[in-house]
Design a protein around this ligand. Structure first.
Ligand code: PRX
Length: 650
């Protein structure tokens, strides 16, 4: 696409009508919006009926004690049976569940549904032998290999609650999650491959275990890379030995619909990550239904979601949603090199592709010649998730990757919502570059002002959800009060998502990013306070303030301002690198600030609150905003001067 075409596409108020051939046989039709609005419970009941239940529910929704919802009350279900066994029973045992594409190149493996069911049964037997019982917590810290899916489903089978910690998080982050949810078993691997080199997962687990004392009795280790690892006799066990010797017979128990399925930690606006609790029946209903309707899934589709299982997108749209739907999907280990993703699409004839705007922007920079040299005619539907997609990236995605044939579904949701909430439906809803369009059928979203009134078209406000939905978080692990305070206290009866949004003149929704102290870097959620805490835990740092500044590729980037302790002097020549490494060690490499500025003061109000808004102005190179509420307004001059020095030194 040349610049002229791009600007033509963007100049008009571009609107893509749903392709007629998709409309004719879309899984969910236009009428669903009205039907669901008239009777949301009946709508979600239809969605639940696509699953296999032990016992059917007596009541679809119990909302008598808000914000604590119960869905499919009285029903019993097993998530692993829905994701594996039932497809084998239906005669689809030979269907490939996972085309696994590993690093290094050529390291591939196909796992059929029959194999998946066998492996899950074996792993469930192994966990039982290791003393794992229903309700126990199991931490999973693994690379993108099929065993991570097996481990999650084996926990679900037993009713053990998994907490998957992203493999890129530090030992400290792992330790704090293990402690918070009191996990006694950790499943990991000797390492994973990233950029061709083995990464160190087991050493991080060993380091974390030193911090958690003797809380964890067993560490189960998958051999992936074959690298040498330290071994703690009596605690560490090889997966291939323990799981390998088990029977493929395992009688699953049907769990209560509201039995906890997993805890996923996510960053909030305070320092301590929140353990988002999802339960079984509603979560599986919400994820499988939206996966089927938003991607308009057909029997012969090959689906690929590029998210890591360590994030909610991996849970909902790589594991539970797609596998409950019996889909054939690609799972990709490692990091994408130029063209490697397009080769996978070509080789496996991927028809539905789901990724994040940061990836799209990165590929856009590399030029269209790379994707143009692959055959991607198999693609049918493209999805975007995790952060606002700018119109340029959207149009490039649709045009260069999707050959102008594939609708793009920009899907808005959160770890908390569990399922996609706002998105067009391919074949049903028109789409506009940069807009997530409207709430899905059965979902009630609104954009409101400070007084919780719906804003008129053409106006911005706060995004809220007005009715419960099946995959909604049920609480924060061990902290009902914080659950209420965080999401339900701003306005009576409304769930506040933390995002700003605008309605355009047609009433369609545009997401504008977070309005709290949460940053979004490459679609990953990071808390400013968590990174500030990491910085001040360094012996040379007295105070720190962190802001998310807009970044062309990653959406936002972490920018830190620090004041050093007097005893640290100027910190030494490598202070910035030292602090960046420290943050990586405390949280993980994704939290490393792009830029750290050592400053003499921070802008504070008279009551001592840091005015991040002003720091953001500096970080984004803007005119500094109103400084009248600062205790000392000369501070900004000092910071600007320091900024000028550091940019001229770059
Ligand atoms: O700010 C929104 C942004 O990501 C946040 C949720 O982050 P997380 O819980 O990590 O889940 C990410 C994957 C679902 C939201 O509060 N976000 C997510 N999807 C979009 C988005 N912002 C704009 N457009 C989206 N499609």
């Amino acid at each position: 696409m040349n610049d002229q075409t791009l600007s033509n596409l963007l100049s008009e108020d571009r609107r893509f009508e749903p392709p007629a051939e998709l409309a004719a046989n879309a899984n969910v039709k236009e009428e669903a919006y009205e039907r669901a609005a008239a009777d949301p419970e009946a709508y979600w009941e239809t969605a639940a009926e696509r699953l296999d239940w032990g016992q059917k529910w007596d009541q679809v929704l119990d909302w008598t004690n808000p914000p604590f919802a119960k869905w499919f009350v009285g029903g019993t279900i097993n998530a692993s049976v829905n994701c594996a066994d039932r497809h084998v029973a239906a005669g689809n045992g030979d269907r490939v569940a996972i085309h696994w594409v590993g690093e290094p190149e050529g390291d591939t493996r196909d796992v059929t549904y029959a194999e998946l069911a066998d492996e899950v049964a074996k792993a469930a037997n192994a966990l039982t032998e290791l003393g794992v019982r229903k309700g126990d917590r199991v931490a999973i810290y693994m690379p993108m290999i099929p065993e991570v899916v097996v481990a999650m489903l084996a926990c679900a089978r037993l009713g053990a609650i998994h907490t998957v910690v992203f493999g890129g998080f530090s030992a400290d982050a792992l330790a704090s999650r293990v402690i918070d949810c009191d996990a006694r078993v950790v499943i990991t691997a000797d390492g994973g491959f990233r950029r061709g080199a083995p990464s160190a997962l087991k050493p991080a687990v060993d380091e974390a275990m030193e911090k958690v004392g003797d809380l964890v009795r067993t560490v189960l280790v998958v051999r992936r890379t074959g690298q040498d690892v330290d071994w703690h006799e009596g605690r560490d066990l090889w997966w291939h030995e323990v799981v390998g010797r088990q029977s493929t017979e395992h009688e699953p128990e049907m769990h209560d619909s509201e039995h906890p399925l997993f805890v996923m930690y996510t960053s909030g606006s305070t320092g301590k990550p929140k353990g988002i609790l999802h339960t079984t029946g509603g979560y599986l209903t919400g994820t499988s239904w939206t996966h089927w309707s938003v991607f308009d899934l057909k029997d012969d589709d090959v689906y690929w979601c590029t998210a890591d299982v360590g994030w909610i997108t991996g849970h909902s749209y790589l594991v539970y949603g797609p596998l409950a739907n019996g889909v054939t999907q690609v799972m990709f280990e490692g990091t994408p090199e130029k063209g490697s993703w397009w080769k996978v699409i070509q080789d496996y004839k991927v028809s539905i592709f789901y990724t994040a705007p940061t990836a799209i922007r990165t590929f856009m920079k590399q030029g269209r010649e790379i994707p143009d040299s692959y055959d991607m005619s198999s693609l049918r539907v493209l999805g975007s998730v995790g952060e606002p997609i700018n119109p340029e990236a959207y149009v490039w995605y649709r045009s260069v990757i999707g050959g102008d044939r594939c609708p793009v579904v920009d899907t808005w949701w959160q770890t908390e919502t569990g399922q996609i909430m706002i998105s067009p439906l391919p074949g049903v809803t028109a789409a506009k570059p940069g807009s997530a369009m409207k709430a899905l059928p059965g979902i009630s979203a609104d954009v409101v002002d400070d007084d919780a009134h719906s804003v008129p078209n053409g106006t911005g406000g706060y995004l809220v959800l007005k009715q419960p939905w099946p995959a909604m978080l049920r609480t924060l692990w061990g902290d009902d009060q914080r659950f209420k305070d965080t999401y339900w206290s701003r306005w009576e009866g409304l769930y506040f998502a933390g995002d700003g949004a605008k309605r355009d003149d047609d009433g369609d929704i545009w997401l504008l990013g977070r309005v709290d102290d949460v940053m979004n870097v490459s679609g990953h959620r990071l808390s400013t306070t968590e990174i500030e805490s990491a910085l001040v835990s360094h012996p040379k740092v007295a105070e720190a303030a962190v802001v998310g500044a807009s970044d062309e590729t990653t959406g936002q980037a972490v920018i830190a301002f620090v004041i050093l302790r007097e005893a640290a002097g100027d910190g030494g020549p490598d202070i910035v690198e030292e602090l960046r490494k420290h943050v990586a060690h405390e949280i993980g490499p994704i939290a490393k600030p792009r830029q750290i500025m050592v400053v003499p003061e921070l802008p504070k109000t008279r009551s001592g609150k840091i005015m991040r808004r002003l720091l953001k102005d500096v970080a984004e190179n803007r005119e500094i905003g109103d400084v009248t509420t600062l205790a000392d307004s000369t501070v900004m001059d000092l910071i600007k001067a320091r900024e000028a020095e550091s940019s001229s030194a770059d």
